[in-house]
Design a protein around this ligand. Structure first.
Ligand SMILES: [Zn+2]
Length: 605
């Protein structure tokens, strides 16, 4: 007995000291992660070396562009090799200066150096494209690695802009569009005030929400004029280039036809009851927790669970575990990226630092990850998984040595791959949750991400497309027309009444409408790509190998061909159904957690 008791105490003492060691080690890892910095010598041995290399490249650029323009067919390929090597060298400076400017947003010298290199890069890219465009069709195959570039440029040339249109675009259309985006940002920052809108006292909160809505309402006519003018400018530019309207032009540039888009919107629309059901469950839960009925859509987030922050070391482990279906090599690369010792990671917050998450793109050097804003939430872990995903994708394309022009492709594929990482992390968080509260929190995040990326994107894409189609060939739209188009676009999806979510404020808040016309469609297809990949990751035993091959090959074919290699077709009607089934199953899990919480005699939260 005594010896057992003694042994037990020893064991306990050992365990205590062991867990202290573990805790101390975890603490040290957390500290190292929190203070992780991108190494100042990751891209150049010193600031002096960077500057002299940058100046030398700038001097070489003029002669290089001239040689490229005048080179004959025989020496074109070696000349293009040289040009792309220079492009990669310039990008290394972009990476260096970008990192510096993220770490200190106030540094004007770095900013102007960055702008200068970016300009050199675009001058070189234009020179490359202009020369390759001149290669006659029957000689394209002699271009070897550049044949695909030539084929793409020739395909674009069917809608080539003439010189007059180019001049008009750069002197009238583009400056107008920039002015519209600036005016929009000034307008919105003047009306945005969330003061009191999250107050726990109902009367205070509702008064604040009403004040905010009135401010938006007063600004709506101006916002409508800005948006209508932008739509008109874009449509006119597209018509001058031989397209029916700007929406058709954009979708064609993404390799998507109007037919595919119609099918997608119809397929998502057919699953809208799953979205309404989800919205209703969230709304009723929030109404019960806040003790108010009916609840406003603006209040639903106030009831969300806020669990204790996840330490970075645990968060990193969660990400690496979640990404296991993507294969050993992918996981090893991600782990190396998230190892502070490698100097490719920056998670430090602080003053003068850019509040953003991004990957540092470079072609002939290590990629890096920057994120300031880690707060221990699942949302911030998603950002690391997402941006780190962009970094590892770039690293894999670099490792395969494909031509640099093939390392860039449609945004919806890039974003789809990154979104897959987010979904894997959130899905894993739902499975490893230790308590119902943790599981509820993870499910809320997962469902909110899918519903936002898929259903809200379908609403937005439908709305933006209708704007451009309705305005095409007509006088610019007014506020009443925009409101009506907005309501018509979202009504088929929504649980919330239009008096709540169908107001001008809702479309006014969508800044991309004003800043990057017709970009929103990318989110819709990114969601489709991500959920289709998630489905394959679970169902295809050979998924990791195929996915690695997909990432490594970059964009050596049209998006549809790339996806076909994974067995994915964007126009496959069952894609939306499969997503919807997954979404409904996880919604049902959340609902049952809500139900048992409501029936618990005393709620801890
Ligand atoms: Zn992204």
């Amino acid at each position: 007995m005594s010896s057992m008791g003694f042994g037990g105490r020893i064991a306990l003492a050992f365990l205590t000291s062991f867990s202290c060691v573990v805790a101390a080690k975890q603490g040290a890892i957390d500290l190292a992660l929190e203070n992780a910095h991108i190494s100042p010598i990751l891209y150049f041995p010193s600031a002096t070396a960077e500057l002299s290399s940058r100046q030398a490249l700038h001097v070489q650029l003029g002669p290089l562009v001239k040689d490229l323009a005048t080179t004959d067919g025989k020496s074109l390929v070696p000349e293009l090799d040289k040009a792309w090597q220079t492009f990669a060298a310039l990008q290394r400076h972009v990476a260096y200066l970008r990192t510096q400017s993220l770490e200190d947003t106030q540094d004007q010298t770095v900013k102007s150096a960055y702008d200068a290199v970016a300009t050199d890069e675009s001058v070189l890219r234009t020179a490359i494209d202009n020369r390759v465009r001149q290669v006659p069709q029957d000689q394209v195959s002699s271009l070897g690695a550049y044949a695909l570039l030539a084929a793409r440029l020739h395909a674009d040339a069917t809608h080539a802009s003439n010189a007059d249109l180019q001049v008009y675009r750069s002197s009238v259309t583009k400056p107008h569009e920039r002015a519209i985006a600036d005016a929009y940002n000034a307008l919105i920052s003047a009306v945005t005030s969330s003061r009191g809108t999250a107050a726990s006292d109902l009367a205070t909160r509702r008064a604040a929400i009403a004040r905010r809505d009135q401010a938006y309402d007063a600004a709506a006519p101006v916002a409508a004029t800005l948006l209508a003018t932008l739509v008109d400018l874009e449509n006119r530019d597209a018509v001058a280039q031989g397209y029916a309207n700007a929406a058709d032009r954009k979708y064609e540039s993404l390799g998507l036809s109007s037919d595919v888009l119609n099918q997608t919107l119809a397929a998502v629309g057919a699953e809208s009851s799953a979205y309404r059901n989800y919205q209703q469950i969230i709304a009723e839960h929030a109404a019960r927790k806040l003790g108010v009925s009916p609840i406003l859509s603006a209040e639903q987030d106030l009831a969300a669970v806020k669990p204790p922050p996840i330490p970075l070391s645990a968060g990193r482990q969660l990400i690496l575990d979640a990404l296991r279906p993507l294969g050993q090599d992918y996981g090893d690369r991600f782990a190396a990226l998230l190892d502070p010792a490698n100097g490719r990671l920056d998670l430090t917050g602080g003053s003068h630092r850019a509040r953003t998450g991004t990957s540092i793109a470079v072609y002939d050097a290590p990629v890096a990850l920057y994120y300031s804003g880690y707060d221990g939430s699942l949302r911030s872990l998603s950002v690391i998984a997402h941006e780190g995903g962009h970094a590892v994708h770039r690293e894999l394309m670099n490792a395969s040595g494909i031509p640099i022009y093939q390392r860039t492709g449609p945004n919806y594929l890039f974003e789809g791959f990154a979104l897959l990482n987010e979904l894997l992390v959130l899905d894993r968080a739902t499975h490893i949750a230790n308590t119902p509260a943790e599981r509820e929190y993870a499910l809320e995040r997962l469902l909110s991400t899918i519903s936002f990326e898929l259903f809200a994107s379908a609403e937005e894409t439908g709305f933006e497309r209708s704007l451009y189609l309705t305005a095409s060939g007509h006088a610019p739209l007014d506020r009443a027309q925009i409101d009506k188009i907005y309501q018509d676009s979202i009504t088929p999806y929504e649980y919330w009444p239009m008096s709540d979510v169908g107001t001008s404020r809702q479309w006014m808040q969508k800044s991309l409408l004003f800043e990057d016309p017709l970009y929103l469609v990318n989110y819709l297809y990114a969601a489709f790509v991500a959920v289709a990949l998630l489905d394959k990751a679970e169902s295809d035993p050979d998924f990791a190998r195929k996915y690695a091959a997909l990432l490594r090959r970059g964009f050596d074919a049209e998006p549809q061909t790339l996806l076909q290699a994974m067995g994915i077709r964007l126009d496959d009607p069952s894609l939306a159904k499969a997503t919807s089934r997954f979404f409904q199953a996880r919604t049902a899990e959340l609902q049952s957690l809500y139900v048992s919480e409501a029936h618990a005699p005393f709620s801890a939260r």
